[in-house]
Design a protein around this ligand. Structure first.
Ligand code: PHE
Length: 414
């Protein structure tokens, strides 16, 4: 009985009360944008891999993982908000689409590499706007050291890295401290934990320097500003987030920390201590390539794809900015079924695909007699690559549309 099972990438899963993956999401699984050498996400992945030349890479791990692997094994508590069906995509109660690349940490550590990177597509239910998309990409990186053999070499390497950063055009703002809220782990010698933390920080500062320095028109005089902030992740301690100051704004780009020893123990490398980070590719690619809308990464329009060259960071040139066109939708909510905005957003995406730029709650009303509540949402349509009504008949694109066709499209929008 087909409706009792759900087919994902050729495998069949039994549906249950947690199943919530829509077809529009399933269709993203085979795309693997991060592996396309001429795609901004592929270019950025290659740049990062090039910065860590001795790291092994894993780029073909399936996005379908057990809930255990995504959450439990990494120490996520049972009531962690990330587990909610409003926040994550479940194939069923035991299987889901990974929400982060950390889901693979233990299996990659188990394979024995002491320095590795893994890039993958990750899935989170979210609102709809220019910088959020339910599929995005992360690079996870980690490095471990033998506690009894590698510590002296690590101290020397840290000194070398510090010297290099001191002479680079970068300002590192770091007021973080090791506190009881963000401690070294009890099982670690504090001197070892300090060396690993220092190595984590300088390795990532130099990564950021080479990513942002790679921008073709990077201003040489302006120093790059990087800020370290204390953070919390269930599988690292101490933990940090890193922000980069870019075009007047602080941009959060990664989470990281010293890997919880329980994670390394489970991976069969009890004698080692190490760090890990997880970095989001889209945010960085949007600023590096001046890409104004996250939906563009999924565009198949040659006017998007043909702008980029493998190995190069170049500014994106907009080829179409058509006027938005909104429709308001209002509906009653029910007392029995709790409404969550992400449910609406999945319906919108499943129906309208990437034509929708954002979805916003614009009005709420409670009927004073019945106490029933109604919500009004504004669905803002704007295609990234075509007019609202018609494609130029010459598609695939061979030049601008005829003027009267453009005029027609604009007029029919207003
Ligand atoms: N997985 C974390 C996230 O997605 C990032 C992270 C990776 C944090 C590795 C610490 C270590 O937010």
């Amino acid at each position: 009985r087909p409706h009792e099972t759900i087919n994902v990438q050729g495998a069949s899963f039994v549906r249950d009360s947690k199943t919530n993956v829509p077809a529009s999401i399933i269709s993203k699984l085979p795309q693997r944008l991060y592996m396309k050498p001429e795609h901004p996400l592929g270019i950025l992945r290659t740049l990062i891999e090039g910065h860590f030349p001795n790291f092994t890479t894993a780029n073909s791990l399936s996005p379908i993982v057990s809930v255990f692997k995504n959450f439990d094994e990494l120490g996520f508590p049972h009531d962690h908000p990330g587990r909610n069906i409003t926040d994550s995509y479940y194939i069923n109660s035991t299987t889901m689409l990974r929400t982060h690349t950390s889901a693979h940490e233990i299996e990659v550590f188990r394979q024995g590499a002491d320095k590795w990177l893994l890039t993958a597509d990750v899935y989170r239910r979210d609102e709809i706007d220019a910088s959020h998309y339910p599929v995005f990409h992360q690079v996870e990186g980690a490095r471990t050291f033998d506690v009894s053999e590698d510590m002296d070499a690590l101290a020397e390497e840290n000194a070398r890295l510090a010297e290099k950063l001191a002479s680079a055009n970068i300002i590192i703002e770091d007021d973080t401290q090791v506190t009881p809220q963000n401690p070294y782990q009890n099982v670690h010698d504090p001197a070892h934990a300090a060396l690993v933390t220092e190595n984590l920080k300088s390795s990532l500062n130099s990564l950021i320097l080479s990513i942002f320095g790679a921008r073709a028109n990077a201003t040489k005089e302006e120093p790059l500003r990087v800020r370290w902030i204390e953070a919390y992740f269930p599988f690292t301690s101490p933990s940090y987030e890193v922000e980069v100051f870019f075009q007047g704004k602080w941009l959060e780009i990664l989470g990281c920390g010293v890997v919880k020893q329980a994670t390394l123990d489970q991976s069969g490398i009890e004698n080692r201590i190490g760090w890990a980070f997880g970095l989001g590719l889209e945010r960085i690619a949007m600023v590096l390539f001046s890409i104004p809308d996250i939906r563009l990464f999924w565009s198949e329009d040659p006017r998007f794809l043909e702008q980029f060259t493998p190995g190069k960071i170049t500014a994106f040139r907009s080829y179409s900015r058509f006027p938005p066109c909104y429709k308001d939708v209002s509906f009653w909510t029910s007392d029995q079924v709790k409404f969550h905005e992400n449910d609406l957003c999945d319906v919108v995406r499943d129906t309208a695909g990437d034509l929708v730029e954002d979805v916003k709650l614009i009005d709420e009303f409670v009927n004073p007699k019945t106490q029933r509540k109604s919500l009004c949402y504004r669905i803002n349509y704007r295609s990234m690559d075509r007019c609202a009504q018609q494609r130029p008949s010459s598609y695939p694109y061979r030049g601008p549309p005829e003027p009267d066709l453009l005029l027609y499209s604009y007029r029919s929008l207003s």
